[in-house]
Structure formats: C-alpha cells, structure tokens
Design a binder for this molecule. Structure first.
Ligand code: CMP
Length: 143
C-alpha cells in the first residue's frame, strides 16, 4: 500500500471545508492513516517548504501558512500519491480541472486549499516531517 502526505491549508480549515475535503479522499478509496491539526511556525514553514525558501513567493506563503491551523494527513491506498494529486488539481487554481478541490474551493495560488506530495521521495520526507512512523496506521478501505 502506498502512503502519501496531504495538508488542508488554513483558509480551508477556517472555511469549514475539512470534512468535505477528507470525504473526497475517502470516497476515492483512500484511507486516513494519520491526522493532526497544527499551526505552522516560521521554522516549520522554512523546513517543510525548504525547496521554496529562496523563491519570490515564499514570504507570502510563509505568512499564509503560519496564520492559522492546518490539518495534516497521511493517506493510504493503491497509487495514493497520484490519486491525491488528481483530486487536488493543479497548483494554480486557474489551471485546475473542474471537480478538483482547487477548482472548487481555491481563491488564489497561495491560498490553494490543499497540498500533497508529488513523488515517493517527497511523500517519505513529508510524512517523516509531520508524523512518527508509529503514528501512521496502514490499512486498506473495504472494496
Ligand atoms: P503547495 O502544493 O503547498 O506547494 C508550494 C506552495 O507555494 C504552493 O502549493 C502554493 O500555495 C504556493 N505558491 C505560491 N506561488 C507559487 C508559484 N508561483 N509556484 C508554485 N507555488 C506557489
């Protein structure tokens, strides 16, 4: 079973979208293997988004990600990484397909509602960043 990391970002939490977003993942056959609510510190943002720290959009991203709590998720299932990316839609909501979370709910590139890992290597790094191994419960959804 593949496991990936997903995050419901602060604007989605404050808009009351947590349940609807998690339901989309579960409805696609994914299992919730770990869940935690956490408000990022600047140190968290700089560590988690290390590859973006030098990018021009980072100050805005950091301000947004630290302004309220996010919901961190480990999601499991066959092709979990690709499935979650497809459910989320393109990073830029203006390019997201109808029916994706970002098309349906995201007001801007920064406040793009959700994040998920883009490769097996990033899934491993991002899951390790937020969850200890013993905090992840791998199980398949009944088919
Ligand atoms: P996420 O999938 O969390 O990964 C990096 C985040 O940076 C991205 O979603 C967006 O919220 C934000 N971001 C803002 N501007 C850009 C940009 N030009 N390119 C990529 N990501 C951006």
């Amino acid at each position: 079973m593949e496991m990936t990391f997903a995050m419901i970002k602060p604007n989605a939490v404050k808009s009351g979208l947590v349940g609807r977003i998690i339901d989309r993942y579960i409805s696609a056959g994914l299992s919730v293997c770990a869940v935690k609510m956490h408000q990022m510190t600047s140190e968290d943002a700089r560590g988690f988004y290390a590859e973006h720290v030098e990018k021009p959009f980072f100050p805005e991203l950091e301000a947004y990600m630290t302004k309220g709590p996010s919901v961190m998720l480990a999601l499991g299932g066959e092709n979990a990484i690709a499935k979650v990316r497809a459910i989320n839609g393109a990073t830029n909501p203006a390019k997201a397909e109808p029916g994706t979370l970002r098309y349906d709910f995201a007001p801007s590139m920064t406040e793009n509602v959700v994040h998920s890992s883009d490769s097996p290597a990033s899934a491993e790094r991002e899951l390790d960043f937020w969850f200890k191994k013993e905090e992840r419960y791998a199980y398949e959804m009944p088919s």
